[in-house]
Design a protein. Structure first.
Length: 144
């Protein structure tokens, strides 16, 4: 896992401009276990940066993904989510409450899938998404 100083160093070495807003987004994402949307990031940063825009947040997310610091998740059909853990892992999204959580999948599974897909192709990234009902929503449904 990266820290903010590492993130700034990586961005600088890759030729990306270091701005106060990018540093604030790095700080906001550092160590998070949830997967915030641009809306959540906007709400958390607007008091310190009243002129911050969604374009800045989306652009910064793309820069951070290109630098290998985050993953951009498209597990939710209505919005993108940002995962501060760039290492390969799977995600589960509850169809009832919308909660997204990390799912452990052995690295051998990712390697096997990539080997199967890479016979004629070059794999740059792998994302595995599971959709279903979380334990909390299942328990609520059975309690009714």
């Amino acid at each position: 896992m990266w820290n903010v100083e590492d993130g700034v160093h990586i961005l600088r070495n890759k030729g990306f401009k270091i701005t106060a807003q990018r540093i604030s987004i790095l700080k906001l994402l550092h160590g998070r276990k949830d997967h915030p949307s641009a809306e959540i990031i906007y709400q958390e940063l607007k008091k310190d940066f009243p002129t911050i825009s969604y374009a800045t947040i989306y652009g910064t997310a793309q820069v951070l993904a290109e630098a290998g610091l985050v993953q951009i998740l498209s597990i939710d059909e209505k919005k993108i989510l940002i995962d501060s853990n760039p290492t390969p892992h799977a995600h589960f999204r509850c169809s009832c409450c919308g909660k997204v959580e990390d799912v452990f999948v052995p690295s051998s599974v990712f390697q096997t899938l990539q080997q199967g897909a890479s016979s004629q192709n070059t794999i740059n990234a792998t994302q595995i998404y599971f959709h279903g009902t979380c334990a909390s929503c299942s328990a609520q449904a059975t309690a009714v």
